[in-house]
Write a protein that binds this ligand. Sequence first.
Ligand SMILES: [Mn+2]
Length: 308
Amino acid sequence: MEEIEFSSLVINTMSDFKEIINLIIDVADKIDKTYSGLVYRPPGLIEITDYEELYVIGDLHGDFGTLLDILSSEELLDRLEHDNVKIIFLGDYVDRGDQQLEVLTAVLYLKLLHPEKIVALRGNHEAPPLLLPYPHDFSSILRGVYGTEKGILIYRLFFRLFQRLPVIARIPGKILFLHGGPPSTVLEAYSFEEAFSVGVPSIDDNTLEEILWNDPVESDITVQESPRGAGYMFGKKITEKTLELSGTSYIVRAHEPSYYGYKINHDGKVITLFDAKIPAYGILSAAYLRISRDADLEKGLENYIVTI
Ligand SMILES: [Mn+2]
């Protein structure tokens, strides 16, 4: 499929009240399921067990143009149909940007078309009911597009879908993916499952807040207050304990605007990706990761960052 064709599919779907409802309902059934090469471990972990090439995309915040640019420069729409590629989105599809509904519809549409190849993680803007971010203008966008009554209904459907999005992905032995950062409770945890609420009925509220909101800090302090008013800043010791518990070598996360689209912390063990080239952030480039199955990750994951 060409980008122009995909773009009009997305716009036609979001412009039709019934079509968008159908998309939300259909995709809700697919976001937390096991497929070939993607193992779902409830309530919020996806294990990526097979891929030829993996792409990782950070915050989009309504930047549909950058999403289309990435899909186009990597020929991903075509390759999703023929190759064993996987795309991990790190969350924050909505709020701030002009084309939030387009971005969210596009990501969900890709998941609907290729459920075994797309992982759509949750960001802090796909918020839990008691922890709304600021700004949270997504609901007013929906009221603008569909009118008040229908807009509120669509918002509620999206909001329910957000509660079901997985919050962590892992390539066993290699990389852990999440939106914000590991919870500070990893320091006292005995296992990965305990630390990240895997295999329990629901994710602990504080764990969820930290996974969605935390940011790295270059300091020997284990944890410190965050200026965001939610989550914490995590130091190197938390990164080291997380890598040990999860049996991985790197943490890939998003959440923080970075001038070149990426940022490296904790001696290269924490990589931040950001892809919202919108005026609110004034960043120069967006960045994503492209990792093939045979990539030698030992020499540093930062070597696989691509800027656009
Ligand atoms: Mn965020």
